[in-house]
Design a protein around this ligand. Structure first.
Ligand code: AKG
Ligand code: FE2
Length: 146
């Protein structure tokens, strides 16, 4: 993956975060994390055994089963065929925690459709524009068109 994102020792950037979801007396009224896709390339996620993570498929939400010792890998926006839409619900009684590591390119790295996949008269399946990861992040965080 480091090679795909330009190679070099600093080709990939790892960002770790800790999520803490306290219990909520009315969990049906709130979400711990609203539906989103991760803006990185890949997310490597560890969670505790409290359920909460859900992924969207064909307009429905599916619980992600907790498998002790397993890592959850989410495809993010930068290597999208389709980055996974996901959200987190909260528990009435238990605190939940998760520990994602987001793998992303350098901020100046330009990401766009691979030329071999859109060259030779083959139209891009989606209308992606080449842009730096920094610009992509700025547009996404500020809800600007990509
Ligand atoms: O808490 C989780 O299981 C997922 C967290 C998440 O989606 C995120 O931090 O981007
Ligand atoms: Fe996420």
């Amino acid at each position: 993956m480091a090679e795909a994102f330009g190679g070099g020792d600093d080709g990939l950037v790892l960002m770790q975060k800790v999520n803490f979801y306290p219990p909520c007396p009315q969990p049906e009224l709130v979400l711990g994390f609203a539906p989103h896709t991760d803006l990185c390339a890949l997310t490597v996620l560890v969670t505790d055994d409290v359920p909460g993570l859900q992924v969207s498929k064909d307009g429905r939400w599916y619980d992600v089963e907790h498998v002790p010792g397993a890592l959850i890998i989410n495809v993010g926006d930068q290597i999208e065929y389709r980055s996974v839409l996901h959200r987190v619900t909260v528990s009435k009684e238990k605190t939940r925690m998760s520990w994602p590591v987001f793998v992303h390119p350098r901020k100046d790295y330009v990401v766009g459709p691979h030329p071999r996949l859109v060259g030779g008269g083959i139209p891009a399946k989606y209308d992606y524009k080449d842009k730096t990861f920094e610009d992509y992040t700025y547009c996404k965080i500020n809800k600007l068109p990509q």
